[in-house]
Design a protein around this ligand. Structure first.
Ligand SMILES: [Zn+2]
Length: 316
């Protein structure tokens, strides 16, 4: 069932079955929303609100091939949504829940087939070698800066942005889903940094509000409280999912880097493979630590006006 040397993580087939199992346990349905480059179905799980709330929130994960702990946290969110009285079940009082456990199934499969071994660029990208989290358009005429990590226009680089914004079926499909569903809030799970990176905004009301949402998450984390990484001036647009969601789809959006750097280095100073740099051997403690935070972030965002409304209120 599990993925051999990547145990206790799941093989692609096991992950696909798990998505079905947790979807039906939570009273939800699997919604195919597109296809990957290699023809795998892109799958979201929709769980209706238990009180008929019409707003929708998204939790997505694993846009980068080897970051499987994010997928596990996303699956755990669905799993606990089935337990009446859980924080996830309480979230369903206020919103319909959408979960995309794996945004990059080809990267997941490649990571599995290579047993997590190899340079990061071979595991992280989609089947065209594109870093999907650099493939979104830069908002409102912004220009790409030449800073490390801000995206490379050279094919073969770890952060290759692709031939054009939304050139990849995985990003184009998620963009369509976001346009159709109009998510109020979105938590996008990555590893490994132990941080929260909200959408880059330069208006003061939204910048301050993101600080509040991130505080709500940190306050809900029982053991390790993540810090927010954000700067109104120095940060830059890089074609990331959360920037696109905020500026185009009016969604409160944050990248959550599960599994802190220190914990990763404590696990292995020199990991046996790239995979074990990004993923804890025991996902349990990180699920227990981060799931309440993810839910608190979404709840706090649901208690807020939309970003455009907040800006309008502030300028009125
Ligand atoms: Zn990532």
């Amino acid at each position: 069932m599990s993925a051999g040397p990547l145990s206790p993580y799941r093989s692609p087939e096991h992950r696909r079955r798990a998505v079905r199992d947790v979807a039906s346990a939570a009273g939800g349905e699997v919604v195919p929303y597109g296809q990957s480059v290699e023809g795998e179905a892109l799958e979201a799980v929709r769980v209706p609100s238990s009180r008929g709330a019409s707003r929708r929130v998204l939790c997505s994960a694993n846009i980068h091939g080897p970051e499987w702990i994010g997928c596990e946290v996303a699956l755990a969110l669905l799993q606990t949504a089935a337990d009446a009285g859980s924080p996830a079940a309480a979230l369903l009082h206020h919103a319909e829940l959408w979960v995309v456990p794996c945004l990059n199934p080809d990267g997941y499969r490649r990571t599995f087939e290579r047993q997590g071994v190899g340079p990061l660029v071979h595991l992280r990208t989609n089947a065209h070698g594109v870093d999907l989290n650099r493939n979104y358009p830069l908002p409102g005429g912004a220009r790409r800066h030449r800073l490390p990590g801000s995206g490379s226009t050279t094919p073969g680089d770890t952060t290759y942005v692709g031939p054009a914004p939304l050139s990849e079926p995985e990003t184009a499909a998620l963009d369509r889903l976001c346009a159709e569903q109009g998510f109020w809030a979105s938590t996008n799970l990555h590893s490994f940094m132990g941080t929260m990176i909200p959408a880059h905004v330069d208006d003061r009301p939204c910048f301050r509000h993101y600080a509040r949402l991130c505080r709500a998450m940190a306050d809900a984390q029982p053991r390790h409280r993540y810090r927010r990484l954000a700067a109104r001036v120095l940060d830059t647009f890089t074609g990331e999912q959360e920037d696109h969601q905020h500026h185009v789809h009016d969604t409160w959006a944050v990248c959550i880097e599960v599994f802190p750097v220190l914990a990763s280095y404590r696990q292995h100073w020199r990991p046996p493979s790239t995979f074990w740099r990004f993923n804890p051997h025991d996902p349990g403690p990180w699920i227990d630590n981060d799931l309440p935070g993810v839910i608190a972030w979404l709840r706090a965002a649901l208690d807020s006006p939309r970003p455009s409304e907040l800006r309008a209120q502030a300028s009125a």
